[in-house]
Design a protein around this ligand. Structure first.
Ligand code: ADP
Ligand code: MG
Length: 279
């Protein structure tokens, strides 16, 4: 078993890509489960009204369950809505319910509408640290559009993880996403930076996949992980059993590659954007 170092302080990632169906949720839940398996204390925040991350992590997210909606709109503390995932004692989830679909509109008239999640998370992370049970990793799963929910994710995070689907020419859509990250850094969260790019749905037999991977690596040599997630049926099957692939098929290629990706992320110390500019 690989030994992975614990982070010096809580690392908070938002998983982002302004496209649907590119593997954001699959990346979120499997990377999170991989970190939990490596012995870290991990939280997933489901910010997508579709609730796919909540489903994959096996937590209750029927309409009457307190959820991230109550945190964003009614100032519930995260402590009151967090659930432990049946996947692992180390893995927790703040679920999304159907109510979150309305939050995008309801947030518009709220005070500090971009900072609602950040404020709740700061309090939650501090309380855990002071109690001597700090969070190691927090992953926020966002919807595909750049609305107030996704912006709340960007403002609450320190790091952006972009999953890139190796099945079409991915770089084209990326400049819009990078521009959004830049705007968030400038106006809302100077502590945010793009730290990690994960190539996923990779099929080494196709020229396109290899070409996309080469291009992305050439443009982002420091951000792209060496570990690559293959296209694998087990990965897409796992959510229908309300499981991550780490539990569903623990020795398969899917689980092994997510565990590798997590170990690689753990070994890279997060750098602050300020420091990067001085260099
Ligand atoms: P998003 O959250 O970006 O909308 P999802 O994570 O829901 O995307 O993935 C979209 C679809 O692709 C899902 O059906 C999922 O099961 C499938 N998928 C994601 N990653 C893989 C993979 N590595 N191998 C096979 N299928 C995958
Ligand atoms: Mg999703």
């Amino acid at each position: 078993k690989v030994k992975v170092p614990k982070p010096a302080s809580t690392r908070i990632f938002t998983i982002s890509n302004q496209k649907g169906g590119v593997g954001k949720t699959t990346t979120t839940v499997n990377i999170a489960a991989a970190f939990a398996k490596h012995g870290n204390k991990v939280l997933v925040i489901d910010l997508d009204p579709q609730g796919n991350a909540s489903t994959a992590l096996g937590v209750d997210h029927t309409s009457e369950v307190p959820s991230v909606y109550d945190v964003l709109i009614d100032d519930f503390p995260l402590q009151e809505v967090v659930q432990v995932s049946p996947e692992s004692d180390n893995l927790f989830c703040v679920p999304s319910t159907i109510h979150l679909a309305g939050a995008e509109i309801e947030l518009v008239s709220q005070v500090a509408r971009e900072h609602r999640l950040r404020t709740a998370l700061d309090e939650f992370v501090t309380a855990a640290r002071e109690a001597g049970e700090p969070w190691d990793y927090i992953f926020i799963d966002c919807p595909p559009s750049l609305g107030l929910l996704t912006i709340n994710g960007f403002v609450a995070a320190n790091e952006v993880l972009i999953p890139i689907q190796c099945e079409y020419y991915a770089l084209e859509g990326l400049s819009q996403l990078l521009n959004s990250i830049h705007l968030i850094q400038k106006h809302l969260n100077p502590g945010l930076h793009l730290s990690t790019i994960l190539l996923t749905m990779f099929d080494s037999r196709t020229n396109l996949a290899n070409q996309v991977a080469d291009d992305v690596r050439a443009h982002f040599p420091d951000e792209v992980l060496k570990a690559v997630i293959p296209r694998a049926v087990r990965i897409s099957e796992a959510p229908s059993f309300r499981q991550t692939v780490i539990t569903y098929d623990p020795s398969g290629i899917g689980a092994v590659s997510y565990l590798e990706a997590a170990a690689e992320i753990a070994r890279r110390a997060p750098k602050s954007p300020q420091k990067k500019e001085q260099q």
